[in-house]
Design a protein around this ligand. Structure first.
Ligand code: A1LUD
Ligand code: HCS
Ligand code: ZN
Length: 326
């Protein structure tokens, strides 16, 4: 299936949902709720090695909560990350494939079950392969600073992303989800790579923001989005893993900067301490607030809405209830 047909699948889903589809919530968060220890350089991707069944369980919980799109466990799954743990190239690539396979299996099993029941309100979900930023791989919090140092240039970022992208594409997800991109250079690298590799799967590119106005690097979103607007591969642009109170004004800003669909899935409002590797208590929003926010974000034109870190299936249930009411 080519790019146009796959994009049409996403468009159909958005339409079936009444104009706005629900993305799942914090994947790592739900792993931790089930007791997974992910304080590790591979973070949530360590579960691909240790507990693949738990990954399927978490995907299923988000599907049950009403997610129309599930995001795979590959955010911090990288070939260099796996190699530096002593895995072979073959094993590393097989774990990447597995991240897609697990989500597809969970989706198919769930859909097989619910599509046979009468009166259900679920849609057949799509699987988005997560592609975390270079900063996520560095595991030093730099997905929230955008500061990759002077030695990181466009070629290096493309090299970092290339093989993982190829393997994930080969595994056949419905979508590609570039997550927590903190600067213009990496957004450009991802967009150019999609074209160079002739990828036939629609992608979204999500940035983080720590001030509610700009990318973490300090670059304006106008600069960051410019290259993305020219790309046929990119279906949606937006924000993930930033605090929810920033989202309203960022949707307003993005609507002026792009004709692409807008995707938003913020975290709970807590702040990641990259050194201590833990979430710091901050202004934290609960399910009821997310439900109200989601109504507003939809009115402002977001086409894909969900949650990121520290949100859970109950957050997604609240968002889904709200967005599918009309
Ligand atoms: C989205 S952050 C909380 C992911 C974890 C981070 N890259 C780290 O490894 O420290
Ligand atoms: N998809 C990742 C994003 C982390 S910012 C997760 O939910 O674990
Ligand atoms: Zn997150």
């Amino acid at each position: 299936m080519g790019l146009e047909k796959k994009s049409a699948l996403l468009e159909d889903l958005i339409q079936k949902c009444g104009g706005c589809a629900v993305v799942d919530g914090g994947f790592a968060t739900q792993l931790e709720i089930h007791g997974a220890a992910i304080n590790d350089p591979l973070w949530s991707a360590v579960s691909l090695i240790r507990d693949p069944e738990l990954i399927k369980r978490v995907h299923t919980e988000y599907l049950e909560a009403g997610a129309d799109i599930v995001v795979t466990s590959s955010y911090q799954a990288t070939i260099p990350g796996f190699l530096s743990r002593g895995l072979t190239m073959e094993e590393s690539e097989s774990l990447l494939q597995k991240s897609v396979k697990l989500a597809v299996e969970a989706r198919d099993r769930f859909w097989d079950k619910v599509s046979k029941t009468s009166g259900h309100s679920y849609n057949r979900a799509l699987v988005a392969a997560s592609i975390g930023s270079y900063g996520a791989y560095l595991a030093d919090g730099s997905e929230y600073s955008g500061n990759y140092g002077e030695n990181v240039n466009l070629a290096k970022l493309k090299d970092f992303h290339r093989r993982r992208l190829q393997v994930l594409v080969e595994a056949g997800p419905d979508l590609l989800a570039f997550e927590t991109i903190p600067n213009k250079l990496e957004a450009q690298a991802c967009a150019e790579l999609l074209e160079e590799e002739n990828v036939q799967i629609p992608a979204w590119i999500c940035f983080t923001s720590v001030d509610g106005e700009k990318a973490p690097s300090g670059e304006s979103f106008e600069e960051c989005i410019e290259t993305l607007n020219k790309s046929n591969n990119i279906y949606a642009v937006g924000i993930n893993c930033a605090p929810p109170q920033f989202i309203e004004s960022l949707i307003r800003k993005f609507s002026k900067l792009t004709k692409k669909a807008i995707v938003v899935y913020p975290n709970s409002g807590e702040v990641w301490d990259g050194k201590a590797k833990k979430w710091l208590p901050s202004q934290c929003f609960g399910d009821a607030e997310f439900e109200m926010f989601a109504t507003k974000w939809r009115e402002l034109g977001a086409k894909l809405i969900g949650g990121c870190c520290r949100t859970t299936p109950s957050t997604i249930k609240a968002i889904s209830r709200d967005l599918k009411r009309r």
